[in-house]
Design a protein around this ligand. Structure first.
Ligand SMILES: Nc1ncnc2c1ncn2[C@@H]1O[C@H](COP(=O)(O)OP(=O)(O)O)[C@@H](O)[C@H]1O
Ligand SMILES: [Mg+2]
Length: 286
């Protein structure tokens, strides 16, 4: 069997040409999107996805046109958290129409493309050893397709929910024409700060401004303050969201927590973070 390494050039399939066409379509598709913001953390389980969903709902509640791209291809949660899981995608000449949450947030996720059983996303490669090599470029290809084939329409804000690991940020910045900024998430533990400190360094080197740091799950256990980490790193502190089981339960139900329980301390904190993100965006744009 001939393997990709053995092929001189690209075997006549003009991959470079195909990618260029797609990249041009992607730019065209995203031309109606004012700002693209990525939610990142080197650490998993700190609440990147919860924050993405809740921020999207805060912005939508305030009358903004918002989209969310679930860039976590192997652990997609956006469809679930925004209550659109199992919705069928409408394919039209203008591209794939993303389903909308109750508050009108447009959602695109691998979860909407995969069969609804628990089959994980598998990367096809001649051997499992090579699957590893393929994964990175396949991820970039899948994300490029998502961005190029989704009919986002006009959006004030497109939020990208990234998988853990800041290496993924480079993939995203290479794909989108311009990233308005990154929001970094941590929880108040030494372990999380250790990893997130590195994420801040990586994000600071990316071709996008760091909008700031969010502390999530505050009060869950005694730990170092997110505000201190932000100050030491010289980036804005966007706020602290308390640990609140109601927030987790709402996510599991696919409910918009910030409108279902707006009076709760955690919902108010999320609204404050949304305002801080908006202000940081305005500052970096100026
Ligand atoms: N502030 C919070 N209070 C309580 N539970 C939370 C909070 N933030 C996130 N969670 C819960 O923690 C789990 C992990 O969050 P998730 O957003 O999936 O993290 P990540 O995307 O960083 O892996 C989820 O079950 C989520 O509902
Ligand atoms: Mg996640």
């Amino acid at each position: 069997m001939k393997r990709y390494k053995d092929i001189a050039g690209d075997g006549g399939s003009n991959i470079v040409g195909q990618v260029q066409v797609q990249q041009a379509r992607l730019r065209e598709r995203l031309s109606g999107v004012r700002s693209i913001v990525a939610i990142v953390s080197g650490k998993g389980g700190v609440g990147k996805s919860s924050l993405t969903a809740n921020l999207a709902n805060c912005f939508a509640r305030d009358g903004q046109r918002v989209g969310v791209l679930d860039a976590d291809l192997n652990g997609p949660t956006m469809a679930k958290m925004l209550g659109v899981r199992g919705r069928t995608l409408a394919m039209g000449a203008a591209g794939v129409t993303p389903p909308e949450s109750a508050l009108g947030v447009k959602v695109m996720s691998m979860d909407l493309l995969l069969p609804s059983d628990d089959t994980p996303l598998a990367w096809e490669a001649p051997t499992q050893d090579e699957a590893h090599t393929w994964r990175g470029s396949m991820e970039a290809n899948a994300l490029r397709e998502f961005l190029a084939d989704t009919a986002w329409g006009v959006l004030d804000l497109l939020l990208l929910d990234l998988p853990p690991g800041t290496d993924r940020l480079a993939t995203v910045t290479s794909l989108v024409p311009s990233l308005a900024g990154t929001v970094i998430v941590t929880i108040p533990s030494d372990v999380s700060h250790l990893v997130v400190r590195k994420s801040i360094t990586v994000a600071a080197q990316a071709r996008a401004p760091v909008l700031g740091l969010v502390e999530n799950m505050a009060g869950l256990f005694p730990g170092p303050a997110g505000a201190d980490l932000a100050r030491e790193a010289g980036i804005p502190f966007l706020g602290s969201v308390p640990f609140d089981r109601e927030l987790a339960l709402a996510a599991d139900r696919g409910e918009a927590f910030v409108t279902a329980a707006p009076e709760r301390a955690s919902a108010r904190a999320l609204a404050q973070v949304a305002r801080a993100v908006q202000e940081s965006l305005a500052t970096t744009r100026a």
